[in-house]
Write a protein that binds this ligand. Structure first.
Ligand SMILES: Nc1nc2c(ncn2[C@@H]2O[C@H](COP(=O)(O)OP(=O)(O)OP(=O)(O)O)[C@@H](O)[C@H]2O)c(=O)[nH]1
Ligand SMILES: [Mg+2]
Length: 89
């Protein structure tokens, strides 16, 4: 399997702080502590790309990552790490 390259693009709570939506983007929705950030690290093969914790509420902002290199496409794409649905506002 071809290695992925991934980089953190930015962090923000509101759309004006997010990257412009020019690339295909995927996000995982779920409760806190179910492993959304861990899944992003697993997909990108980088352990500390997205921050993970045993304590719910670790991801506070929307974190964007630019990803490149897949089996089928040479086009870059984006992953968004979301706060848990039940995380404090
Ligand atoms: N046993 C097990 N634990 C996992 C797995 N994936 C993640 N974890 C653990 O679950 C905890 C929470 O993982 P996170 O990836 O931070 O969860 P999250 O959904 O991003 O949490 P929030 O940022 O709070 O919304 C961590 O202690 C992880 O090590 C898994 O597949 N199996
Ligand atoms: Mg998280």
């Amino acid at each position: 399997m071809k290695a992925l390259q991934a980089e953190h693009l930015g962090s923000g709570r509101a759309p004006e702080h997010w990257p412009k939506p020019t690339l295909p983007e995927y996000a995982f929705i779920g409760r806190s502590n179910v492993g959304k950030s861990s899944l992003i690290n697993m997909l990108c093969h980088i352990n500390k790309l997205a921050r993970v914790s045993n304590t719910p509420g670790r991801t506070r902002n929307v974190e964007h990552f630019r990803v490149e290199g897949t089996l089928k496409s040479e086009r870059p794409w984006m992953l968004a790490d979301l706060p848990g649905m039940d995380s404090p506002k």
